[in-house]
Design a binder for this molecule. Sequence first.
Ligand code: NAG
Ligand code: NAG
Ligand code: NAG
Ligand code: NAG
Ligand code: NAG
Length: 352
Amino acid sequence: MMTQSLLQWLLFIHILLVCMTQPSIAKVPAVIIFGDSTVDTGNNNYIQTLAKSNFKPYGRDLQGGNATGRFSNGRLAVDFISEAFGLPKLVPAYLDPSYDIKEFSTGVCFASAATGYDNATSDVFSVIPLWKEVDYFKEYQTKLKDFQGENLAQKTLTQALYIISIGTNDFIENYYTMPSGRSNEYGVPEYEDFIVGIAKQFLMSLYNLGARKINLTGLPPMGCLPLERSKRLLSLGNCNDDYNKVASDFNVKLKGMMDLLNRDLVNVTIVYGDIYGILMDVIQNPDIYDFEDVAVGCCGTGVIEMSYLCNSRSLSCSDADKYAFWDSIHPTEKLNKIIADKMMNTTLHVFL
Ligand SMILES: *[C@@H]1O[C@H](CO)[C@@H](O)[C@H](O)[C@H]1NC(C)=O
Ligand SMILES: *[C@@H]1O[C@H](CO)[C@@H](O)[C@H](O)[C@H]1NC(C)=O
Ligand SMILES: *[C@@H]1O[C@H](CO)[C@@H](O)[C@H](O)[C@H]1NC(C)=O
Ligand SMILES: *[C@@H]1O[C@H](CO)[C@@H](O)[C@H](O)[C@H]1NC(C)=O
Ligand SMILES: *[C@@H]1O[C@H](CO)[C@@H](O)[C@H](O)[C@H]1NC(C)=O
């Protein structure tokens, strides 16, 4: 008896010592998110804007039907990515007062629906401009250092995964939509260059603020978003190939810029999230993914509804899992899960 409890005691001490000398630090202790509605987990609920989704039927498949401000029926790709790294299943929005720095220390979202790289894009719906997302990140760093102490906070910030998904609105909400705006100042290739320049400045400021593991997502095939299909006059329902071409041209430039930063900056890994390839594969092979419709959204008619147009009076599809898109722009939870899985398998595994 005596020997057994002594052994147990020694074993306990041993485990304790091992744990103390080799703290099991997760390789990615936090996910830190910047961008637009594809990754906004609820910040727009707390600002004055028309770009909102904190009402039914948004969130109808999320934990008992909670409309958190996510632009989907359920979780976003970043929520699934957070979970895949062993972190919380929902990434909290920075402006949500029901969370504090303890929760934000394992993940925080600064994204704002309807924003873009270009300040003129965030002006369209008076949402949070990208530079302000960076300001919030600076404020967060101060709070994190108070909470974790200087050294641990530094470690968290260095080892965190930074996920950025933004850019579609610069083209479809701003350049192609606002009369007498950017399209009067820039041709399409020049506007692409202008945006890539802002993206570079943004990545440099994240780097200077300590980010070392960065996932920057390119543009999706924006001509295949249900909203854009519905605007075709001559071939209603088809993808807008011109918009898709702009997206893929832009992505080539974006990747080129990222390659240079990977070469020139010390200790950084910047990966490109190929959302274009992932969505194209789903759109061209719906059967493989068990989707019945990849051309219109589940909410309402599926061709124009989003934000306030997708509301409790919209007659929506019964099973969102049969649809790739939830509203006329945004993926269903099922597609978000596919995006996250593919990203984990093809790109993010380098951080596991
Ligand atoms: C719904 O989401 C809000 C905002 O994220 C959160 O504060 C609240 O606790 C959630 N409610 C339920 C029932 O999950
Ligand atoms: C966007 O606005 C901010 C704040 O006014 C400014 O610092 C920044 O230079 C602007 N960005 C561009 C690309 O004009
Ligand atoms: C690069 O990483 C090494 C090892 O972690 C570290 O000693 C060095 O200070 C880092 N350099 C920069 C510029 O971050
Ligand atoms: C990701 O990889 C896992 C394990 O290899 C596999 O089961 C899964 O089907 C893959 N998912 C996708 C979307 O490729
Ligand atoms: C990048 O982030 C996007 C979400 O915007 C996600 O779908 C993708 O899995 C991520 N990829 C990497 C390499 O982090």
